[in-house]
Design a protein around this ligand. Structure first.
Ligand code: F6P
Length: 320
């Protein structure tokens, strides 16, 4: 393989730049040419290819977001758009493509793979919702961003002896809520995966107050059964507690990646290129299991069903 390309797709995640850097430098180390494709699949269709040099990725690892930019592409889903994407790769003589993104991006990669391209998927999403891997690039940074926000909110809410509902990202995944909730000492955590017992939420908060707690933190994932607005209103109505609502939103998607995310991205980027350079290699999803960087057949990886670790919720309840 003489030329490969890399693109980022779907929601951005801190650490994507570290992955682009690793892929670029490992490829150049092996004298393989690398193109950065801007704006994900949309840029692929438009032929937005940039030849990358060693210095193209200097000073990027510490930056959040993706300097290659990302986009959602409706055109890629059409037969014409898809054909054009394949033609572009052929025009630039690219046979191997690294895609950093989430589930939807991997599915796009699988289609390209059926069209003859060898695709390496790197999991890049703050939601940590790709079941085949223990962790995705960006999750650790997002959790630490939420932790920092919880710390600030605690300062003010304990001064005022009030509670706060903090809405975190995760339309379908409670991973950020669970990890930040446990490590941030939240009283209650609400996730999309579990039914909500509002009576229990109120009971926990009242018990806390009776035990002399100065403030309460409730973490609510954006995809939970109840909206954070309705939750806050209901808690106030039923308990009489002074509560505020803070929606963290896209703050969680930005910021300099943690050492853990930079390490994960660098190791996964390295693995992706090493695999691409092997003769007869087929498309793979790169992940981490325990401390090992692993790679599974792309199609099989997408079939792995998500599981929900209830023990984290149980532990959070015991510790709060
Ligand atoms: O990247 C995943 C995610 O952050 C989800 O947690 C969230 O629901 C969604 O993206 C928000 O997407 P957008 O940036 O399109 O509003």
């Amino acid at each position: 393989m003489k030329k490969i390309a890399i693109l980022t797709s779907g929601g951005d995640a801190p650490g994507m730049n570290a992955a682009i850097r690793a892929v670029t430098r490992v490829a150049l180390y092996h004298n393989v040419g690398v193109y950065g494709i801007e704006r994900g699949f949309e840029g692929l269709i438009n032929g937005e290819f940039k030849e990358l040099e060693v210095h193209s990725v200097s000073d990027t690892m510490q930056r959040g977001g993706t300097w290659l930019k990302t986009a959602r592409s409706e055109r890629f889903r059409t037969p014409e758009g898809f054909r054009r994407a394949l033609d572009m790769l052929e025009n630039f003589e690219v046979k191997g493509l690294v895609i950093i993104g989430g589930d939807g991006s991997f599915r796009g990669g699988l289609e390209l793979s059926k069209g003859g391209i060898t695709v390496m998927g790197l999991p890049g999403t703050i939601d940590n919702d790709l079941a085949y891997t223990d962790y995705s690039i960006g999750f650790d940074t997002a959790v630490n961003t939420v932790l920092s926000a919880i710390g600030n909110i605690r300062d003010t809410s304990s001064s005022h002896e009030r509670g706060t509902v903090i809405e975190v990202m995760g339309r379908h995944s409670g991973a950020i809520a669970l990890y930040a909730g446990l490590t941030g000492g939240a009283e209650t955590i609400l996730t999309p995966e579990e039914p909500i017992d509002i009576n229990k939420v109120c009971r926990v908060l009242i018990q806390g107050k009776n035990r002399g707690k100065k403030h309460n933190i409730v973490i609510c994932a954006e995809g939970a059964e109840i909206t954070s607005q309705d939750l806050t209103k209901t808690i106030i109505e039923r308990t009489g507690l002074d509560m505020r609502l803070v929606i963290l939103g896209h703050i969680q998607r930005g910021g300099s990646p943690t050492a853990r995310d930079r390490m994960l991205a660098s190791r996964m980027g390295y693995k992706a290129v090493e695999l691409l350079l092997q003769d007869g290699m087929t498309s793979k999803a790169v992940g981490i299991k325990g401390e090992q960087i692993v790679a599974y057949d792309l199609e099989e990886a997408l079939k792995v069903e998500r599981t929900y670790d209830e023990s984290i919720m149980d532990l959070a309840e015991i510790l709060s």
